[in-house]
Write a protein that binds this ligand. Structure first.
Ligand code: NAD
Length: 300
């Protein structure tokens, strides 16, 4: 049974690791949260280590799934980080975190010097997709590496798209999420206007979904409570993709532009999500469709 390393056993990482085990791999894991390591250590197919570098004593294949740039930097370049390992030659390090494309390039350039392959492979599908093993991976390299990468990613996901160059998996992810944030804000605004003018949001949703305004948010992830079952808005905006993460991804997209590309629409949308976060009531942990409630409560 082949062993694979995994660092970052959080909301996404935990179900991804569970799928690796379910699909016949042994895993060796690290997380700064010792509670999760303790819990996982009762699984006979899971070993735990006390720093990132030590993961590579057991395997030359590793996945990272970390919150932000700073965490990825610390795991790759920090004290007892991966860069200090003596086992880097011929290793494959796959970073699934949503971070800056520039960081993926930095990692690629530095680790190449030690004959290690690194790749950015951010995901879409959220926690539900991670649990179901149906994630989509956007991989920042060309397909020549598919033979090595596919068998690993297919243990956790269904769709793997090769984006050509290092960092381009992240470029794809950030562009998609920038659009998603914009669509959610726009859909919320349209549904709110209809409601304020007396139209039932269920009926308006039905009309939008057979008309040209149709989009993923109106069809499958409606922000108005009670319009659709099984979506966060109908469950107190719990679960789903947090407002905090949406704001993070919009900020990353803007940083990635380096100020060289005009982003007037999503700049406004980013400001809106920042204001959603300031609403209190644990807005940061609520699903990003909570933007509907922000618009609803906004004073003129
Ligand atoms: P999370 O905060 O639930 O989990 C992150 C884990 O990393 C935690 O267990 C934390 O203890 C650990 N960690 C932090 N710093 C560490 C370090 N230096 N060394 C080792 N472990 C460390 O985050 P998440 O929701 O699992 O998201 C992970 C990434 O996936 C993020 O970049 C996020 O944007 C992206 N993502 C999340 C979702 C989602 O729906 N949650 C969907 C798509 C993409």
């Amino acid at each position: 049974m082949k062993t694979i390393g995994f660092i970052g056993i959080g909301k996404m990482g935990l179900p991804m690791v569970q799928n690796l085990i379910k699909n016949g791999r042994k895993v060796v894991i690290f997380d700064t949260n010792t509670e999760v390591l303790k819990k996982m250590s009762s699984n006979p197919n899971c070993a735990t280590v006390s720093n990132p570098k030590n993961v590579l004593d057991y395997t030359n294949e590793l996945i990272t799934m970390l919150p932000e740039n700073s965490h990825v930097k610390s795991v790759y370049f920090g004290k007892h980080g991966l860069f200090e390992s003596k086992n880097l030659a011929d290793s494959l390090l796959i970073d699934c975190s949503t971070v800056q494309p520039q960081l993926a390039l930095e990692i690629y350039n530095e680790f190449q010097k030690k004959d290690a392959s690194t790749v950015d492979a951010p995901v879409s599908g959220g926690v539900k997709g991670a649990e179901a093993g149906s994630l989509t991976f956007m991989v920042g390299c060309d397909e020549t590496k598919a033979k090595q990468i596919d068998p690993i990613l297919k243990l956790m996901g269904k769709t793997i798209v090769y984006c050509g160059k290092h960092g381009h998996g992240l470029v794809a992810k950030l562009c998609n999420n920038m659009l998603l944030g914009t669509l959610m804000a726009g859909t919320s605004e349209a549904l709110l206007l209809g409601q304020r003018l007396g139209l039932d949001p269920k009926l308006l949703t039905k009309i939008i979904n057979i008309s040209s305004g149709r989009n993923w948010c109106s069809e499958l992830y409606n922000p108005v409570p009670g319009v659709q079952d099984q979506v966060p808005s109908s469950n107190g905006y719990s679960g789903g993709f947090s407002t905090k993460l949406m704001k993070k991804d919009l900020s990353l997209a803007h940083d990635a532009s380096g100020g060289n590309v005009e982003l007037p629409i999503s700049s406004k949308v980013l400001e809106i999500y920042k204001e959603v976060l300031e609403m209190g009531n644990k807005a940061e942990d609520k699903d990003f469709s909570y933007v509907f409630q922000y618009l609803k409560n906004k004073k003129k």
